[in-house]
Design a protein around this ligand. Structure first.
Ligand code: ZN
Ligand code: ZN
Length: 356
């Protein structure tokens, strides 16, 4: 934790700020360790103050390992307390999280005796490079997903609904030791597979379906993210063809995944391959995204991102082909960039698995 707010202090100075006001739960957790849902951090070069209410003061002291001056303040009096503190410390330029602060809250801050400077990007940049601890949590979260997936494969059969598969998977993830699922599980069968972010419904798995399953586990706050597509009975020639193309596109992108490659080039590695078979239009989303405390965070592995990958960054590799009325295929691994390549903690096989 210490390294994190020391780094934040460096960035505060570099940006010419007097302090940073951290208001989102995710960033407050990252910089202080505190996981309660009422939190505001005020961090200056010398001071670190954590505002929360009576319910959380003891927890905040423990979780922030006494590195923060924990102030108990009722939610209704928080504005006043913050304004007083900013005044007492003589802070003039204060960074804030413009991407998550509501318009209403920002309006209330108008009485503060300082200028507010948008600094969401600055915090996102600090979180880009993961530490060994963070990577360990991600890998462990992924291990839970892999175990849950193996288990569910043995139980899937025709006639089961998408929802039943999703619920069973969620149970196994939580029972496997995860804090929670990392995001709402996607189970999309048959023609529903063409909906990239389908909500599992009452459609029953049937012979000839491909089933897209996209899910993740959260451990100590850290998310994993994987997708596998399996077949129920022998799929059609066309579905087998798109599966093979996505599988190969994913492995081409994984081969290219190392430090020094731009997100744009990584995305192109898979996209160009898919397009060479005439399915370019059927791959409408980015190749991947970073992940960590949030399942979607920087860097964006998209065709427009010039960002160059560095050791410690995370990125998913998840090409797909989606055909309306027919179905879809997506294969996703969540990887961590290392000094000489990457770690891929996903162990589930990617050969097309046919469930009879
Ligand atoms: Zn996913
Ligand atoms: Zn993903």
């Amino acid at each position: 934790m210490r390294k994190r707010w020391e780094k934040l202090t460096e960035h505060i100075n570099k940006k010419g700020l007097d302090a940073m006001l951290v208001t989102s739960m995710i960033n407050a957790r990252y910089f202080s360790g505190f996981t309660g849902d009422n939190v505001t951090l005020l961090i200056t070069g010398e001071k670190r103050i954590l505002f929360t209410d009576f319910r959380y003061t003891i927890q905040a002291k423990i979780q922030s390992e006494n590195f923060f001056d924990v102030r108990e303040v009722q939610k209704s009096r928080e504005i006043e307390a913050l304004a007083d503190e900013i005044k007492a410390l003589g802070l003039k330029r204060v960074g804030f999280e413009e991407q998550t602060v509501s318009v209403g809250r920002f309006e209330e801050w108008k009485c503060f005796p300082c200028e507010f400077v948008p600094a969401s990007e600055m915090l996102a940049e600090i979180r880009l490079i993961k530490s060994a601890d963070e990577i360990e949590n991600i890998v462990k979260a992924q291990n839970i997903s892999d175990d849950a997936f193996l288990d569910i494969l043995g139980r899937m059969k025709p006639g089961m609904t998408e929802k039943e598969v999703a619920v069973e998977l969620e149970y196994r993830i939580k029972n496997g030791g995860a804090d929670d699922i990392a995001f709402d599980i996607i189970v999309a069968s048959g023609e529903n597979g063409a909906l990239c972010h389908a909500v599992p419904g009452l459609r029953k798995l049937a012979y000839g379906d491909l089933v897209v399953m996209d899910f993740g586990s959260k451990l100590n706050g850290y998310c994993s993210d994987m997708t596998r597509t399996v077949a129920i009975g022998e799929p059609s020639k066309k579905l087998c063809e798109i599966y093979r193309i996505v599988y190969e596109a994913q492995s081409i992108a994984l081969d290219a995944l190392k430090p020094g490659i731009s997100c744009k080039a990584l995305d192109a590695a898979a996209r160009d391959y898919i397009a060479s078979f005439g399915y370019g239009e059927c791959f409408g989303h980015s190749l991947g995204h970073g992940f960590g405390l949030e399942v979607h965070e920087g860097p964006a592995a998209s065709s427009r991102s010039e960002e160059v990958l560095k050791p410690g960054m995370t990125v998913t590799v998840e090409p797909g082909i989606y055909i309306e009325g027919l179905g879809g295929v997506r294969i996703e691994d969540c990887c961590i960039v290392t000094e000489d390549g990457h770690i891929n903690p996903v162990t589930a096989s990617k050969e097309l698995l046919i469930i009879e």
